[in-house]
Ligand binder design. Sequence first.
Ligand SMILES: *Cc1c(COP(=O)(O)O)cnc(C)c1O
Length: 431
Amino acid sequence: MHFFDYKGKNFYAEGVPVEKIIKEVGTPVYIYSHKTLTRHFQAYDQAFAAVPHLVCYSIKANSNIAVLKTFAEEGSGFDIVSGGELFRASKAGADPRKIVFSGVGKREDEIEYALKSNILMFNVESPQELRAIDKIAKRLKKKAGISIRVNPNVDPKTHPYISTGLKKNKFGIETEDAFREYVYAKNSLKNVVPMGIDCHIGSQITQLTPFVDALKKTTDLLARLRAEGLDIKYIDMGGGLGITYDKEEPPHPSKYGEAVMKGTKGLGVTLIFEPGRSMVGNAGILATRVVYIKQGTEKNFVIVDAAMNDLARPSLYGSYHAIKAVKANSKNEITADVVGPICESGDFLAKDRIIPEVKAGDALAVMSAGAYGFSMSSNYNTRPRAAEVLVRGKEFFVVRKRENLKDLIRGEELVPAVKKAAKAVRKGAKK
Ligand SMILES: *Cc1c(COP(=O)(O)O)cnc(C)c1O
């Protein structure tokens, strides 16, 4: 469900014509719908209304601070995976007591920053990390709330790059080892407080079974830990619920909610969720203009001004994004590759796709680009990163300016000319 649609021939983001935004802001531009964001948060919140729960939006899916603030105002917590994301969350007015910190490689400075910010808990991903958190917390005279991220060895049946809960993945700790670590933490580590179990098995998951299987392993572990006297209050189910890019039919949060509540009934736990994609994916589009049409002997190419540096998903995972005309002027269709200007054959937004017939200067909307779109963008080919716009009703706000040429070399320095350096060496040799 989202609020991007045609009114007559014009494609709208809520109450604003997309053409109007791109006339003022230029292309490529990411456009987010405020109403879609809040609706998605509420879908989760309502799905679990019957039980204690905390929705921690996973910042890495879309980390613009205006998006984060939209969720914070709804009462959302946040799942962070770096000190940088913690900084963003604080800029967006997040409540630190609703922040959980995931990730396999938390550095000492990041752990310290999170402890000083009084976040709710760390999702610990290795025995060494557990000890590091204890040590740093001790130095700061703090107690660190922790969950261990359990690797349940469940196949989420998604793209291999975004599957995380298999033994061969780098994430989490296998169940038996996790059990041992919990008991060790309780008995021997004075500055960590085990309070939850965490489990995130992957992304763009379109079936309930993998979640149910992972939950079963989690609640089995919970029972064993409670029998050992550990006071486990939280079950964190991670994120991973899929969205519709093409013809996928992922379960609605309410169905997911039913399954999870059934699996945790009577346990007296607070449920935590870390949804990313399902909160923002369909709440954003990438608008781009056609630069040239090129007819090859085998293929048509629609060359646009957005590229793999703006939206990496098609190149990275072969992902599908629907493409629509911003002005539906033509009833004719063509089959084409929609490609960007980058010097890589992997730079495409769509392959062999039937799209409305377009000409140079026309604008296209790349749909479902709100998750892992801008947040994965880069400056490859020294391209300024796109602007970001948030639409709310009939208004729109530029929530990130388009980068300019100066931004592109910010922080770079020239080194002294080689001649001078050579002279200095000669001087040194005389002495
Ligand atoms: C990426 C990630 C999420 C969000 O995943 P989605 O598939 O976007 O919902 C949640 N938790 C952790 C630990 C993650 O790494």
